[in-house]
Design a protein around this ligand. Structure first.
Ligand SMILES: [Zn+2]
Length: 406
């Protein structure tokens, strides 16, 4: 066996990095649970919950947290209080590109503003009912107003993916000229594919001075491509992804914090210093606050994310979990579970017998496996595979079956 097989993911990483020279780029995370997240049907937090979420996100290690002070007096209060906490993450007050909204952010003592304007033709005509020229004047006035108040800012070119490229570039260049710290390039309706997002961000990146202005990507998940698109945007020059806990947001939301965090750490090798073990708790906290269950099959934080069921999988997992897991469940605050039932097979049955302290010969295991199949009751037992149990199973000399051949 070659030494390379000591890292089961070795060849996968080889493919992932093929042709890429830049290996140590840090991709930052802005979490928008308190802004985009609250736009999800059924999601609304109390002031206290908003403050708690901000603390948890900060402790987890996100770079920026976004919240809108203009939505309601409660949001204003929450924004003001969170800003006062002096957290490590930047707190961005999210507003429309209107001076009166900026004034509300100023009243919260915001040092960072995130302001947005829909600049595609359909947004200009159906939403704002203004011309491109009027939009540009309004946006630049607001940018100047923010800068005159000495604040840092991000300008979101809403619906950028459907905006005429020349107009988009013109707007980005103007913001760049004014020293706006960040430009967000959103795929507001989730129409992009990764290659398209790459091309879009690359075009913006190549047309502005990125030593003055950095690029965010905000991708919607209408066809499930949000995270892939956001990551493609980062390969083209963006350096910050927008997420929410569990991916909540308008319609089907944006990338989930857990998926983005693990993708960045494990697959993109981005040095974010995130406390990944908090991920499951973050998700559970939100689920409790909004009374929306976490989907079982949700990557990283779902209950089934580390559940192993098929007999051949069980046998391999019990020998070496890396056979079917790319990251230890404990690393992300989740737990490994094994499921016994009609798919358990001879190996699964043997382990079940061993757990119960019964004889685990080949014949007994085959009889039980047959019995489980005949029961036709699907899964009959689920067990957390904690350290103690794992050791017991692995060390159990009585488990004496040949390697999995089912
Ligand atoms: Zn959005």
């Amino acid at each position: 066996m070659s030494l390379k097989s000591e890292d089961p993911n070795y060849y996968a990483h080889q493919y992932n990095w093929m042709g890429q020279t830049e290996h140590d780029k840090k991709i930052r995370i802005l979490d928008s649970t308190l802004r985009e997240g609250e736009q999800h049907p059924g999601v609304s937090f109390t002031i206290k919950q908003r403050i708690q979420i901000a603390w948890m996100l900060d402790s987890f290690g996100v770079d920026q947290i976004e919240i809108s002070p203009v939505v309601s007096p409660d949001h204003f209060q929450a924004t003001k209080t969170i800003i006062k906490q002096d957290l490590r993450a930047d707190i961005l007050a999210h507003t429309r590109a209107i001076k009166s909204d900026i004034d509300i952010a100023i009243d919260c003592n915001a040092t960072w503003i995130a302001t947005y304007m829909g600049i595609s033709d359909i947004h200009l005509s159906a939403k704002l009912r203004i011309t491109r020229e009027e939009a540009k004047i309004r946006a630049l006035e607001v940018a100047d107003y923010i800068k005159a108040h000495g604040m840092k800012a991000r300008f979101t070119m809403e619906d950028a993916s459907r905006t005429e490229p020349e107009f988009l570039i013109e707007m980005c260049k103007e913001m760049n000229k004014r020293g706006i710290e960040r430009i967000s390039i959103p795929d507001t309706v989730g129409i992009m594919r990764p290659r398209g997002m790459y091309n879009l961000v690359k075009m913006v990146h190549d047309n502005i001075d990125t030593t003055k202005t950095s690029i965010d990507v905000h991708c919607h998940n209408d066809v499930g491509l949000a995270l892939a698109n956001a990551l493609a945007g980062c390969e083209a020059g963006a350096d910050q992804i927008h997420t929410t806990i569990d991916g909540f947001g308008e319609r089907t939301g944006i990338p989930s914090l857990a998926e983005a965090a693990v993708a960045l750490t494990l697959i993109y090798k981005s040095n974010n210093n995130l406390r990944l073990h908090m991920l499951r708790d973050l998700s559970k906290t939100i689920a409790e606050y909004v009374d929306l269950p976490i989907s079982e099959s949700k990557p990283i934080v779902g209950d089934s994310a580390y559940k192993h069921k098929a007999g051949t999988h069980l046998a391999a997992i019990l020998r070496n979990p890396a056979a079917y897991e790319i990251i230890e469940p404990r690393t992300v605050g989740n737990r490994r579970k094994i499921v016994f039932g009609e798919l358990a097979g001879k190996n699964g049955a043997a382990y079940l017998l061993s757990l119960l302290g019964l004889k685990t010969g080949k014949e007994e295991a085959e009889t039980l496996a047959y019995g489980l199949k005949e029961l036709r009751m699907g899964d009959i037992l689920e067990l957390y595979l904690d350290d103690r149990l794992e050791r017991k199973i692995l060390n159990d000399a009585a488990v004496n079956l040949s390697p999995a051949k089912e």
